[in-house]
Design a protein around this ligand. Structure first.
Ligand code: ZN
Length: 606
């Protein structure tokens, strides 16, 4: 939970500043005169050096010398100035009985320290009292009332379907009476389901904004505190506040933080979560739709939610907030270009093509990176080249030209990437190669970057098989040229293994094993990660799975080797070009293939 800076510190700071100001005020006037013995004063007076002596309170002497330096001295009570030969004919003597302003200042100065100490003690007392109050107020919801959000549907790029579905809630919140008159029941709970960064919170705010109702928002993780029972009382408090403000929206972010299946956690300490969850269920059942309160919640893991949450009358309405499609990505990019001067050559559609599978948050990040790049280059506008650079950085990590490769390493990397690129480019079902590079990025030494022409939702077996070949292309090219294996292919091989295994166990793409899945992936409830799978097949089948996976990989290997032999001239030419220029585009790759083999493939249009 975010800690407010302690009040005590503020008080102490005020006290210190006050002290500094006061001493600055007093300081110059006092000038701290030197204190001398009364006998010395007598000598000075005899010598005629003293202009004036002011006597205050019978005993305090303020002496002003002829040169205007000030001195102080004290008379013992009962003594007389005359006893020391200080007489009006030698110097001017003034006697003041009232306390002077200087005396006031000195009194104030003396009082200041105790006053500060008192202030500090008071402040500490106050702040500890506040902490006590805070501890007592733990049960109160930390919901922020974002008074009437200003966000409208128009501010949310893309998400046409989600907006359409949510329009119903907006209508209800605008005029609940109209629906009630017809006996219509409006769902109380709306679950926004989608990957992170897709703008679920923004959508919920837009619903509130469109309907013009208050918007209570809380993150589910804030319900759970260290004290047992706090979460549940926070839920009670939140719903009570919301009912008073109805019609309104309660938005619970990260619902899966508390909404996971009950009784399934590892270890203890889950009573709190369960109590909180139960309280949410109780509250949702308790309020009538008349109340005009709609609970919206966001999650990216609907599969781990407790089924009780999804029962009718609770979160029975699901709105999918998906990753944007190509057209929606253009829209999103347009939103984030606001306030950023774009060069004439900028083609947002091209960027959208490049960014399949990216969330609006990623796209925002790209636009921002592009602006930063442009500023660093000292450009006045964002050019298409800068945008591409930014997209690449967000997609695959920044270039690391500082990582120096030896000539041999460079050669191996070039051959490896050329292998991926050639195989990827000539196979019919793989995505077109957009760019090949041997500049280090992130952890990778080189990169072959292919782009899908459109967003895919169904993938055929042939595409998987081609993809396996492309992944193997790197290592097998190294073997063909150098006849030596390197560590550079470990990530490729891992992906090959996973993909082949999924073809067999998840997608039913093996004739021997038939149309079924193998292994139930368990969602580990507590950590929210799938930690393994429970085996729902026999030991014999496990062996068959392994041999099927092996066969798929073997077939891909044979095919790739054949391709690499067939296109060896192109492989060598691409390798040379990579060594010379470090980066080769898809068009150039097409040209190389044309020149060496006469094969023509549609040029890459990005
Ligand atoms: Zn590779």
């Amino acid at each position: 939970m975010p800690q407010q800076p302690g009040r005590g510190f503020i008080w102490i700071a005020i006290a210190i500043i006050g002290f500094a100001a006061l001493s600055a005020f007093i300081g110059p006037r006092q000038q701290v005169p030197e204190v001398i013995a009364i006998s010395e004063v007598a000598t000075l007076v005899q010598e005629g050096q003293v202009k004036e002596v002011v006597v205050t309170n019978d005993t305090e002497l303020a002496i002003t010398k002829q040169d205007d330096t000030k001195l102080r001295s004290t008379l013992r009570t009962g003594d007389d100035l005359k006893d020391f030969g200080i007489t009006p004919d030698k110097t001017s003597i003034k006697v003041e009985y009232s306390t002077s302003s200087a005396a006031w200042a000195s009194i104030l100065g003396n009082l200041l320290v105790p006053i500060i100490i008192l202030a500090v003690i008071f402040a500490m007392f106050r702040s500890s009292q506040n902490q006590n109050q805070r501890a007592m107020g733990f049960g109160q919801a930390r919901a922020k009332l974002a008074n009437f959000s200003k966000i409208r549907f128009a501010d949310v790029a893309g998400q046409r379907e989600a907006k359409q579905e949510l329009m119903e809630e907006v209508d209800f919140l605008r005029d609940p009476a109209k629906f009630r008159a017809l006996g219509a029941e409006i769902p109380k709970g709306v679950l926004l389901v989608g990957p992170p960064g897709t703008g679920k919170t923004l959508l919920a705010k837009a619903v509130a904004g469109e309907a013009g109702v208050p918007f209570f928002t809380i993150s589910a993780s804030e319900f759970v505190e260290m004290f047992v029972g706090v979460g549940a009382s926070r839920v009670r408090d939140l719903f009570a506040k919301a009912k008073k403000a109805s019609p309104c929206i309660i938005f619970i972010d990260e619902l899966d933080a508390i909404g996971r299946q009950r009784g399934a956690g590892l270890g203890g300490g889950h009573d709190e979560r369960e109590q909180t969850l139960n309280q949410i269920l109780v509250e949702m059942d308790g309020f009538e739709t008349d109340g005009g309160v709609i609970v919206m919640a966001a999650t990216n893991r609907p599969d781990v939610l407790d089924p009780a949450l999804l029962r009718p009358g609770r979160f029975d309405r699901r709105v999918v907030v998906d990753l944007p499609t190509r057209d929606e990505r253009i829209e999103v990019l347009q939103v984030y270009t606001k306030g950023k001067p774009l060069a004439k050559d900028v083609d947002l559609a091209g960027v959208a093509n490049q960014t399949a599978g990216m969330s609006p948050a990623d796209l925002k990040n790209i636009m921002n990176e592009a602006a930063i790049f442009a500023a660093r280059k000292g450009e006045k506008q964002i050019t298409q080249a800068t945008l591409h650079e930014a997209a690449e950085k967000v997609l695959v990590g920044p270039e690391r030209p500082s990582r120096v490769l030896s000539d041999q390493e460079k050669k191996v990397t070039a051959v490896h990437e050329a292998g991926h690129a050639i195989v990827g480019h000539v196979l019919p079902h793989t995505d077109d190669v957009h760019k090949v590079s041997i500049i280090s990025r992130g952890n990778a030494l080189g990169l072959t970057w292919s782009l899908p022409k459109e967003d895919r939702h169904l993938i055929g077996k042939a595409k998987f098989e081609d993809e396996l070949c492309m992944l193997l292309g790197g290592r097998l090219a190294e073997m063909a040229v150098f006849d030596e294996a390197t560590t550079g292919a470990s990530n490729d091989l891992e992906r090959v293994t996973k993909l082949a295994r999924r073809m067999v166990t998840e997608y039913g793409m093996s004739d021997t094993l038939g149309l079924r899945t193998y292994g139930e992936r368990e969602h580990e409830i507590f950590l929210g990660r799938s930690m393994g799978e429970s085996r729902d097949y026999s030991e014999d089948r496990a062996q068959v799975i392994d041999s099927e996976v092996d066969q798929i990989v073997k077939r891909a290997e044979t095919r790739t080797k054949e391709l690499l032999t067939m296109y060896r001239p192109a492989l060598d030419k691409l390798t040379d070009l990579l060594l010379e220029r470090e980066t080769v585009t898809g068009e150039e790759l097409t040209r190389i293939l044309e020149e060496t083999t006469g094969i023509i493939k549609e040029p890459v249009t990005v």
